[in-house]
Design a protein around this ligand. Structure first.
Ligand SMILES: [Zn+2]
Length: 421
């Protein structure tokens, strides 16, 4: 997207490397008074400024003036492409109406499915791309450099296809990497209400083969009111047949055993997990399945948070993501997610920052993202703050000063420090 660049960042007050080889520097592998050398859009060297090799001295120079630098956020669970909005439903929920009542009256996810189908049918797919592009730009402005995007508001073949086409178009319009996921098995659409088997067959036999070239993963919403564990198993195995690795919406609304299923099928990630128990956590740890937590969704729904401490202490790799969607988490900022995670789920600020960067990269199988060292992607966030703890410490503010994607500065925000003197 952007031209590969050469650049040197000096004057970094706190560098979050997430480099596990810096064991003495804690979970975040922090280096103080640091520098980063970027060549051809990738990190060539990172470490203490005083150790910067002479060979980099002729590169263009950016003085961070004591600010903190961390890897770009990897948002590994979003429903970024959709039409319409559900502000009125939000008001009704806050006034005490249940989601089930709203759904029964044709609201909830069905409202977004109708709006998204209409946008595609009326050839307003450009609008579908345009609205998602604006959301992706806001994400980038808040420091996200890689975003996963699911289908799942079409629930028919043409709309699901257009959703994933829109998702990949975003990655060409905005300097942000996108990863597509097929979520044809989000819910059973109303026209298949009496015939679930036929809808599952449509997903497996028509959607998966057609959408596979646009996606890396197959996801299933395995929960009350959506798909059962046996149905999810069948769909995820079908996805594997088309080269799509599994990931699962699991244990969000009620405990179903979906986390055990995720471990059984070798899912890359099990997501939400608000109702996971010790047995489920042990299974995810043993299978190497990432637990992707979506604390902004539980916050927005005013439901209890996932047991993040239990998962982390069981040895599960934990990721954080926005779950950006128009119904239950219209959240675009990973900084906000870090704040909710640190304030409400029992993760420490350092664990929350790690989970939003390295954890997210592992949830999307991106080995050279989410950490900073020789050979990694030069996807970086420079905060207008001296340390990463300011992210959860100052919730609601966008602390980004600059965002660097593939070595190029793609976001520049004014600093209160500028113009004074
Ligand atoms: Zn989701």
């Amino acid at each position: 997207m952007t031209e590969p660049s050469d650049l040197i960042l000096r004057g970094i007050g706190e560098l979050v490397t997430n480099d596990p080889r810096r064991v003495e520097a804690g979970l975040l592998g922090i280096v103080n008074h640091a520098a980063i050398a970027i060549r051809s859009g990738r990190v060539d060297w990172a470490g203490p400024l005083e150790d910067l090799p002479d060979e980099y001295f002729d590169l263009p120079d950016l003085d961070c003036a004591g600010r903190a630098v961390l890897p770009g956020f990897v948002d590994s669970h979003t429903h970024l492409v959709f039409a319409g909005e559900r502000g009125e439903e939000f008001t009704r929920r806050l006034a005490g109406e249940s989601y089930e009542t709203i759904l029964a009256a044709g609201g909830g996810i069905q409202a977004t499915v109708r709006a998204t189908r209409r946008a595609v049918r009326e050839a307003a797919a450009v609008g579908l791309v345009e609205s998602a592009r604006l959301r992706a730009e806001r994400m980038l402005t808040h420091g996200t450099t890689t975003v996963e995007i699911k289908s799942g508001y079409g629930l028919d073949v043409p709309t699901e296809l257009r959703m994933l086409e829109a998702a990949s178009a975003i990655g060409k319009l905005v300097p942000i990497d996108t990863v597509g996921t097929v979520l044809g098995a989000h819910v059973v659409p109303p026209e298949f209400a009496g015939d679930r088997e036929s809808y599952i067959r449509l997903v497996e036999e028509e959607m998966l083969p057609l959408l596979a070239p646009l996606a890396r993963y197959c996801d299933v919403f395995c929960d009350r009111g959506a798909f059962t564990v046996p149905e999810a198993r069948h769909i995820l195995e079908a996805g594997k047949h088309f080269g799509l690795k599994p990931r699962v919406h699991a244990e969000q609304l009620v405990a179903t055993g979906a986390a055990l299923l995720a471990a059984e099928v070798g899912a890359v990630s099990a997501d939400h997990l608000d109702h996971i128990d010790e047995e489920g956590a042990a299974a995810l740890a043993a299978a190497g399945t990432v637990a992707t937590l979506l604390p902004a969704a539980s916050f927005s729904m005013r439901t209890p948070q996932a047991p993040a401490r239990l998962l982390w202490d069981a040895g599960v790799t934990v990721a954080l993501a926005t779950d950006c969607n128009p119904g239950t988490s219209y959240v675009e900022s990973m900084q906000f997610v870090i704040a909710v995670a640190a304030l409400e789920t029992g993760l420490s600020p350092a664990e929350a920052v790690w989970a939003a960067t390295r954890g997210g990269a592992l949830a999307l199988e991106e080995p050279d993202k989410g950490w900073i060292g020789a050979g990694t992607a030069a996807d970086l966030v420079i905060l207008d703050a001296p340390s990463s703890v300011h992210i959860p410490y100052r919730p609601g503010a966008n602390l980004v000063w600059k965002v660097i994607k593939d070595g190029a500065v793609v976001v520049e925000r004014p600093s209160p420090l500028q113009g004074k003197g």
